[in-house]
Write a protein that binds this ligand. Structure first.
Ligand SMILES: [Zn+2]
Length: 454
């Protein structure tokens, strides 16, 4: 069972501290969100799982963390300054701005007026200025995708790691797009995070690797609790392809607001490396194929057997962190009717994604021996490095269980009178999904918790 509406998800996210509207205090900043105490944990865990799978579990991928403020020329060469725009129209009646391709019956979706401006292109990149001058000479952009700096560092990585095709460079980081209409909670936002891999292959091997990554990514999402049966693979029609793509698979998930893109896996060909190889004199040339024999060597690799130089093709799996979070939250969300007729809301996150791994709860909050034992257990478990272990002393065990079900804590550990009186102390361990409780010796707790998460 999943959330029926986005409102249901938004509500639990706010109530339990996953996600808040940015600058809510001052009426909210549209298209921006802040991640609360649980949201930051969930987000970090999702990114960690991606990095684990994309970098640590492979030996053909290296990591990168590049600057957000991006050299203007980089984004001119990549084609973003010229083409990264949406067509928009303004309503002359109320001033409302809309994406031209989203307008129904040529009417303003705010006031219904048919008095709209002509279509205009609106560039989606955020501008900024470097240094003190603000005269346009030092214009820079906040990156609209993390990919360009990967291409920009291609030679640095090749030279410093001795990698050759097939190999990849992975990056997780913020990107910014000044969307005309931000909407659907954290689905379409102006500041967001991407998890991008640029995987470099020999031309001709690109289609094989494209299909390989499609399979890999579907498997990964399933490991995060988003089943393949909920993901629709769209072979993006030629007319809708981005300016750099030969072929793209969109992984579309069944969101509460409808079926929509969660990740794109694009065959970017040699478009980017080719573009960054061109001289600045050619800036305004937007040819799709680059045969610049004079300077391709800058971004080219040499075939060890034939000694020929080639510009690698790029396969790019690019996932949105926030879009992934909604899918994970949606799949985790369960409302169950218990035997006694009451309802419980439970977030059935995969253990590695759970914001809180275990809660340690004293049965009586004012009993010093119990409290001390709880603190010791928390400290010991925290050292395992699994993520957050929470010592929670609210004094109401029933309420604590309900709260931890709702935030998806897999294990609750309760210390009671028996624990401190027994010769071999034991604690009660409660499982989030089955609600089963059992007693295990404190001395075996570390092992139990480790085995649960690994
Ligand atoms: Zn209007």
């Amino acid at each position: 069972m999943v959330a029926k509406t986005m409102d249901e998800l938004v509500s639990i996210c706010k109530r339990r501290g996953f996600i808040f509207q940015s600058a809510e205090l001052y009426g909210g900043l549209q298209g921006m969100y802040d991640f609360g105490p649980l949201g930051v944990e969930l987000k970090n865990n999702l990114k960690k799982a991606w990095w684990q799978s994309m970098v640590y579990e492979r030996d053909d991928v290296e990591g990168l963390d590049s600057s957000i403020v991006t050299h203007r020329t980089m984004l001119q060469m990549s084609g973003h300054e010229g083409t990264f725009s949406d067509p928009m129209k303004d309503c002359k009646e109320c001033g409302h701005r809309m994406r031209a391709d989203h307008i129904v019956d040529n009417k303003c979706d705010n006031c219904g007026s048919e008095d709209l401006t002509e279509e205009r292109e609106f560039n989606l990149m955020f501008k900024t200025h470097i240094g003190a001058l603000d005269d346009g000479s030092n214009l820079a952009y906040l990156r609209p995708e993390t990919a360009q700096a990967i291409f920009g560092n291609f030679k640095n990585v090749v030279d410093s790691t001795a990698k050759t095709t097939p190999f990849g460079i992975a990056q997780i980081g913020k990107a910014f797009r000044n969307e005309i209409t931000a909407r659907n909670f954290i689905f379409r936002v102006r500041e967001f995070e991407q998890m991008e891999l640029e995987f470099f292959v020999k031309p001709g091997d690109d289609e094989k690797w494209h299909d390989y990554w499609l399979e890999q990514r579907l498997n990964w999402w399933e490991e995060q609790g988003v089943p393949k049966s909920k993901i629709h693979v769209l072979d993006v029609p030629a007319d809708d392809l981005a300016h750099y793509s030969k072929k793209t698979y969109d992984l579309e998930y069944e969101y509460p607001h409808g079926i929509d893109e969660m990740e794109g896996i694009a065959n970017r060909t040699d478009y980017d490396l080719g573009n960054h190889t061109k001289s600045q004199d050619e800036l305004n040339i937007t040819a799709k194929v680059h045969k610049n024999t004079q300077s391709t060597q800058k971004m080219a690799l040499q075939d060890q057997e034939t000694k020929e130089w080639y510009v690698p093709y790029v396969i790019e799996p690019s996932a949105g962190v926030e879009r992934g979070m909604i899918a994970v939250l949606n799949e985790a969300y369960h409302v169950e009717t218990l035997e006694n007729g009451s309802e419980r809301t439970v977030m059935k996150f995969k253990p590695h994604l759970a914001p809180i791994k275990a809660a340690v709860i004293p049965l009586k909050k004012n009993k010093p021996e119990i409290v001390e034992m709880c603190k010791t257990i928390k400290k010991d478990l925290q050292k395992l490095g699994l993520g957050r272990i929470l010592y929670e002393n609210t004094g109401n065990i029933g309420k604590a269980y309900r709260r931890h079900d709702e935030v998806g804590t897999p294990i609750c550990i309760t210390v009671d009178f028996e624990t401190i009186e027994e010769e071999i102390p034991t604690v009660t361990v409660r499982d989030r999904d089955t609600m089963e409780q059992k007693r295990i010796p404190v001395s075996e707790l570390k092992k139990y918790v480790m085995e649960y998460f690994i």
